[in-house]
Ligand binder design. Structure first.
Ligand code: NAD
Length: 488
């Protein structure tokens, strides 16, 4: 179904139900080979203007459909993506560098589920009603879609995160202008090809490709886009907040993390070690929820470190299309350099790199020599104030440090500007509740990682975000509420 192979894939914006060629393009690279794999429209104000107009024109009809009608269309779209799951997974792996296994089992199934989930959940919201009998009044709430939603997503889980926004936005009756990351635009473009067949009316979903500085900012600054749902870095979120302030836009910001894992000496290491390896290195460590600071209670520190490093060394890094590979390539050459620079800084500060970058050698297949690969890297004896323990690295690098007491570890785990996700490992149920309550973190997993119920709120505290998304939270974000009072 894709128009690439020998010739380079050239994407087009999707505006008002039509693919529109662009006058200028950006090169997008295959991270596992270093070759240009497609050309992405370099859109700006003009394209965003056209997309917002199409979305505005489509709003009256789409917003007046019943939730059930919209739900049926979302389900049809989910079925079509699922039908093409393998093609989507191949494209995501090639475009992003992630393993084909991860794309097949996590990214694309979740994109399908996002549509199914919101197709269902939108049918089950109820409004509130209260009575004031003494004054003969009753009050009730009424929710309506807001209008044109601006959706901006990052490169790490491209279709997964974009559909996490599109699905609730359109389920609630909004129309959207979406801007995926310029580095990973292919699967969004593939999804556009399925919209008509699913019954999504023209103009309900518009996708404008391009950079954040041009296309993203044009969307953020557009006066007819009253809300922006953004997932990406904290730095970009600050800029979006500033730029949208003159319009008083409603913002949902899902941002970076510096997520701790806390391993108490009564933890079940047989569960904890494989899960913490995954939480550190899954998707090349390029998940906002990845663990990057592991606090281990002193009594088991040496044993944990020995077993953790031995298992990390077993991770196979290489061609992402090889199903036996555990870790693919990082998103870009620049990002790889940035991640590597943290390891160098840690070494310069006196920390010990126990495996991975600069310690072990990485043998790559002939076709992947120019790809952006690095090994899972474990660093010990890092000071809490080191940039490796404070800044989001967003790569396969994790720091392991020892702690003594519960009180101490809570303080140290909270001692960063971020507050997205934490994991706690202990067989003492009282302790896991106590610690979970005290962690400054929007999500706390105890004795597990990445187990999600989409019904419940997702989002971060502190510099990790503003607002929450989930069944009820997304519904509230993507609708406007009105309180109506009736005197009888
Ligand atoms: P990024 O902030 O560089 O870019 C994210 C998106 O914003 C891209 O589409 C980009 O083009 C766009 N953008 C950039 N500048 C913009 C501007 N001035 N105006 C409007 N849009 C702009 O982030 P990234 O490097 O693509 O993604 C990695 C970051 O995303 C990490 O910090 C990671 O933690 C975070 N993330 C958070 C979550 C979460 O749910 N909390 C999930 C995934 C990723």
């Amino acid at each position: 179904m894709m128009a690439h192979s020998k010739t380079l894939l050239v994407l087009e914006n999707f505006i008002g139900g039509k693919f529109v060629p662009s006058s200028s393009y950006i090169d997008s690279y295959n991270p596992s080979t270093g070759d240009v794999c497609c050309r992405v429209p370099d859109s700006g104000k003009e394209e965003v203007e056209a997309a917002v107009k199409a979305a505005k024109d489509a709003f009256p009809i789409w917003s007046s459909k019943s939730p059930l009608e919209r739900s049926q269309i979302l389900n049809k779209l989910a079925d079509l993506i699922e039908r093409d799951l393998e093609a989507f997974a191949q494209a995501e792996s090639k475009d992003q560098g992630k393993t084909i296994t991860f794309a097949r089992t996590v990214d694309i199934p979740r994109a399908v589920y996002n549509f199914r989930f919101f197709a269902s959940s939108v049918l089950h919201h109820t409004s509130e009603c209260t009575e004031m009998a003494a004054v003969g009044c009753m009050h009730y709430t009424s929710r309506t879609p807001v209008g044109v939603a601006g959706l901006i997503s990052p490169w790490n889980l491209p279709l997964y995160l974009l559909t996490w926004k599109i699905a609730p936005a359109i389920a609630c009756g909004n129309t959207v202008v979406a801007k995926p990351s310029e580095m990973t635009s292919v699967t969004a473009w593939m999804m556009c090809k399925l919209l008509e067949k699913a019954g999504v009316p023209h103009g309900v979903v518009n996708v404008v490709f391009g950079t954040g500085a041009k296309a993203g900012e044009a969307l953020v600054c557009h006066p007819d886009v009253p809300l922006i749902s953004f997932t990406g870095s904290t730095l970009t979120a600050q800029r979006i907040t500033e730029k949208s302030a003159p319009h008083c836009k409603r913002l949902s910001l899902e941002l970076g993390g510096k997520n701790p894992a806390i391993v108490f000496d009564d933890a079940d290491l047989a569960q904890c070690i494989p899960t913490t390896l995954r939480s550190s290195f899954a998707n090349q460590g390029e998940i906002c929820l990845c663990t990057s600071r592991i606090f281990v209670q002193r009594g088991i520190y040496s044993e944990f470190l020995k077993r953790f490093v031995a298992e990390a060394k077993k991770w196979k890094v290489g061609n992402p299309s090889d199903p036996t590979v555990d870790m693919g390539a990082l998103i870009s050459k620049e990002h790889l350099e940035k991640v590597r620079s943290y390891v160098k800084k840690a070494q310069a500060e006196g920390a010990r790199v126990l495996c991975g970058e600069g310690v072990d050698s990485l043998a790559l297949p002939a076709g992947n020599q120019k790809g952006y690969f690095m090994l899972p890297t474990v660093i010990a004896e890092v000071k809490d104030e080191s940039c490796c323990m404070q800044e989001e690295i967003f790569g396969p690098v994790t720091c392991v440090v020892a702690f003594d007491t519960e009180e101490e570890v809570i303080k140290r785990a909270n001692g960063v500007r971020y507050g997205l996700a934490a994991t706690v490992w202990s067989s003492n149920v009282g302790r896991v509740h106590r610690v979970a309550q005290k962690l400054q973190s929007g999500l706390v997993w105890t004795n597990c990682w990445l187990v999600r119920d989409l019904n419940l709120p997702f989002g971060g505290m502190k510099a990790s975000g503003v607002g929450r998304e989930g069944a009820k939270d997304s519904y509230e974000f993507f609708t406007e509420v009105k309180t109506i009072t009736i005197k009888h």
